[in-house]
Design a protein around this ligand. Structure first.
Ligand code: URA
Ligand code: SF4
Length: 219
């Protein structure tokens, strides 16, 4: 399977994780296979695949952008500063982190060097698209009530471009892949300039997670 994927990289075939995705609805099988994914160039400079994490019974899937430096080293999604903020927002929305499934649109850390540091580099459209089969497999395995897109990259991966967070948050979208909500990315909340802006953005994230909890409970 891996050889087939490598062959593809040198040809005009579009980048895709597809040859690496097993026909399984078992999350552990998917995670194990994703560890060997070479569906786009990002695997080469990252430490490891950071697959989604959470119980197979999860009714809510939270979708971020890509692992950051901390996640790349740890191997789990949202364990760095953005993860701490997400945990606080989940708690404020009455949700337990251990009860939801947390994943990313892109499963390898995309970065560029700045001095000795590795700085987050926005994944390319082609990489987001290449990684999509993993998200599809996760969603197919979980069949969640609600998929919450955290930030623009997740929105782009699920709803396509042209949807802004400010316009789309707080509303439920019914898509062929199920119900989708849009919320701010925890890192965007952390980047707000003033404490007042940060507080407002945090409250909005909590509101959107609360809506997700309500919709999931209703099903
Ligand atoms: N930001 C993300 O989008 N995902 C993570 O896992 C960590 C930070
Ligand atoms: Fe595969 Fe996604 Fe990693 Fe690219 S980012 S190598 S498609 S798991």
């Amino acid at each position: 399977m891996a050889a087939k994927g490598r062959e593809k990289l040198g040809t005009e075939t579009p980048l895709s994780a597809e040859p690496f995705v097993p026909a399984s609805t078992n999350l552990a099988d998917l995670a194990a296979a994703a560890a060997a994914c070479e569906g786009c160039p990002l695997f080469a400079r990252a430490t490891q695949t950071v697959f989604g994490e959470g119980p197979s019974s999860a009714r809510i899937v939270l979708l971020g952008e890509q692992p950051g430096d901390a996640e790349d080293l740890d191997g789990r999604p949202f364990v760095g500063p953005a993860g701490s903020l997400l945990d606080r927002a989940l708690a404020a929305a009455g949700l337990e982190r251990a009860g939801v499934y947390v994943t990313n649109a892109v499963k390898h850390f995309s970065w560029e060097p700045r001095g000795k540091r590795r700085i987050h580099k926005k994944p390319r459209q082609s990489e987001i698209k290449a990684c999509r089969p993993w998200l599809d497999a996760e969603v197919h395995a979980l069949r969640p009530s609600v998929l919450v897109c955290l930030g623009a990259t997740a929105v782009q991966a699920v709803l396509g471009s042209g949807v802004t967070i400010a316009a789309a948050r707080g509303r439920a979208f019914d898509t062929p892949r199920g119900r989708v909500l849009v919320a701010r990315h925890p890192s965007a909340v952390l980047r707000m300039r003033t404490p007042e802006e940060r507080r407002r953005a945090f409250d909005e994230l909590v509101e959107d997670l609360t809506l997700a909890a309500r919709l999931a409970k209703r099903e």
